[in-house]
Design a protein. Structure first.
Length: 259
């Protein structure tokens, strides 16, 4: 593979375009794209995508930080659970040959399940929140803080293994725990939390030898202009159109990985 591969630059551009428009879809589409269409080992796809996400999420965090749409209390609670869980998960998988075929199949299976869950959260989020919202509004702040740490633990494990879950699933969980917080702040806080989570997990995968640096540079060189263009187009393409398309795509790809 050359230093910059046009195939991966183009893939990064289209994924970045979608992320810029919807704020999600990076890990959910990048990792399965690398696995299913380019034949890259699942462990390498996950490790490379984690570092890819840490760079793109950093840019998103800067924007949300300037707009004051980040609740750093929520971010710190999530990180208090996710970072230790990530380190423990990395230590556990370091005892296995993650580049082998068996580990590849397990990672692909977890990835597929996560994609299906993400798709369901996109489709049924509003109905689910409407159902449980009145009950969650009575949750005391102290309990919400503890539950946020637990959510961080779950995300830390799942994202370290599959690179998926910090976006749609994280936002859904935060909407349940903090129903009075504005949506923009929920999204900004989720993106800000993804930075330490994906950075620690990505560096851990690098330590395990499952990061392809030429691939990473090709993806980033394409995705950065894609995100810029997608952010501009987001004002012109309704979310009601993009969200169902993304959900159906995730269900098809997730089903292919699982079955």
């Amino acid at each position: 593979m050359g230093h910059l591969d046009p195939r991966f630059m183009l893939s990064g551009f289209f994924i970045g375009l979608l992320v810029g428009q919807t704020g999600m879809g990076g890990g959910s589409l990048m990792t399965p794209l690398l696995v299913l269409f380019f034949g890259i080992h699942p462990a390498t796809a996950v490790g490379t995508d984690l570092l890819y996400a840490s760079v793109t999420k950093t840019a998103g965090t800067l924007v949300h930080g300037l707009n004051k749409t980040v609740d750093w209390r929520i971010v710190s609670r999530l990180a208090a659970g996710s970072v230790p869980a990530t380190l423990v998960t990395l230590f556990a998988i370091s005892h296995y040959n993650i580049s082998g075929p068996t580990s590849g199949r397990i990672i692909a299976l977890v990835l597929g399940v996560m994609l299906l869950l993400t798709a369901l959260s996109l489709i049924f989020r509003r109905g689910f929140l409407a159902l449980v919202g009145p009950l969650l509004e009575r949750v005391p702040p102290e309990k919400a803080a503890r539950l946020t740490i637990i959510v961080g633990v779950i995300l830390g494990v799942l994202v370290t293994i599959s690179s998926v879950g910090a976006g749609a699933l994280g936002v859904t969980a935060l909407l349940m725990l903090y129903p009075r917080v504005k949506m923009a702040v929920i999204v900004g806080s989720d993106i800000a939390h993804a930075v330490p989570l994906t950075m620690v997990a990505g560096l851990g995968h690098w330590w395990l030898g499952s990061v392809d640096w030429p691939l990473l540079s090709s993806l980033l060189s394409g995705s950065i202009p894609g995100i810029v263009l997608g952010s501009y187009l987001s004002a012109h393409v309704p979310d009601a159109v993009l969200r169902p398309i993304l959900a159906v795509t995730l269900m098809v790809v997730g089903g292919r990985l699982v079955f």
